[in-house]
Design a protein around this ligand. Structure first.
Ligand code: 5GP
Length: 253
């Protein structure tokens, strides 16, 4: 067996060199971390679920003309993606107050925000991914004015798409984080949604009961994370039928 070249290993994913130039294989691990990796565990089946869910969202975005790095899923834990030049920012969109905005601004969790709010965080583990302003981003050269406009546009379109999909299955999209990369095409560059979109990077609350179906289940010790993600996958109809590597789905009617 030939050894693959690991390009990058993060907390939840590994990137390997892909089969063709300009591609990576993105491998989803079962590792769960929170609070800048101070809390960590291995959650059986999480990588499989996030691989499927991220595929589902990225394919949906591609279909409505929102460019992403996603090419195709390769197997239960891996997908083929385009190599992009990552912008070192996390773009967070919030519809309902929760998490850090509630703490920072003293807004009760669950408060509907007057409109979607977009925030930027500088990706730096040592600093704990601090919130940054557009002026920081421009002054330090992390992105240009044009990039910022494009990022806000992409984030808004992802929010509209994800909110609609989630509403359709009885889930409120509270907030989410995306990461964006540059793809160069001759004299032009294009921004695309990269990394992953999964319950690891979104807050998802059941519309009726308010039950949390996202990584807060792990962060706040609220129960079984893989059951929560399985529920999201089941509602979206993306549960693989008879896989032996999936955790047993809990079917509820
Ligand atoms: P908050 O700023 O409230 O902690 O997070 C806002 C949203 O962005 C949440 O949906 C959260 O899951 C997501 N998010 C923020 N930072 C990260 C991160 O470093 N990794 C992941 N996976 N999601 C994040």
């Amino acid at each position: 067996m030939a050894r693959r070249t690991k390009v990058y290993e993060g907390k939840a994913k590994i990137l390997y060199e892909g089969p063709e130039p300009g591609t990576y294989i993105q491998y989803f691990k079962d590792d769960a971390t929170a609070f800048n990796a101070e809390k960590r565990d291995v959650i059986d089946g999480k990588g499989v679920l996030n691989n499927r869910l991220s595929e589902y969202f990225m394919v949906g975005l591609n279909t409505i003309g929102v460019p992403t790095h996603f090419i195709r899923r390769v197997n239960m834990r891996e997908q083929l993606v385009r190599v992009v030049d990552m912008i070192p920012l996390e773009v967070v969109v919030r519809n309902i107050a929760a998490g850090s905005i509630s703490k920072r601004l003293g807004i009760e969790e669950g408060t509907q925000l007057p409109r979607p709010i977009i925030e930027f965080y500088y990706k730096d583990d040592a600093l704990g991914d601090p919130l940054v302003s557009e002026d920081h981003i421009l002054a330090f050269g992390w992105a240009t004015h044009q990039d910022l406009d494009d990022m806000v546009g992409l984030a808004a379109r992802v929010n509209d798409f994800l909110s609609g999909v989630m509403t359709g299955v009885g889930i409120k999209l509270v907030d989410f984080k995306i990461e964006i990369g540059r793809i160069y095409e001759g004299d032009f560059q294009r921004l695309v949604v990269a990394d992953e979109i999964s319950p690891d990077s979104c807050r998802l609350w059941d519309a009726k009961t308010g039950q949390k179906l996202d990584k807060d289940v792990f962060r706040r010790d609220l129960g079984n994370l893989s059951e929560a993600y399985t529920e999201v996958a089941r509602r979206l109809g993306v549960m693989p039928g008879n896989s032996t590597t999936m955790p047993k789905p809990k079917l509820m009617n």
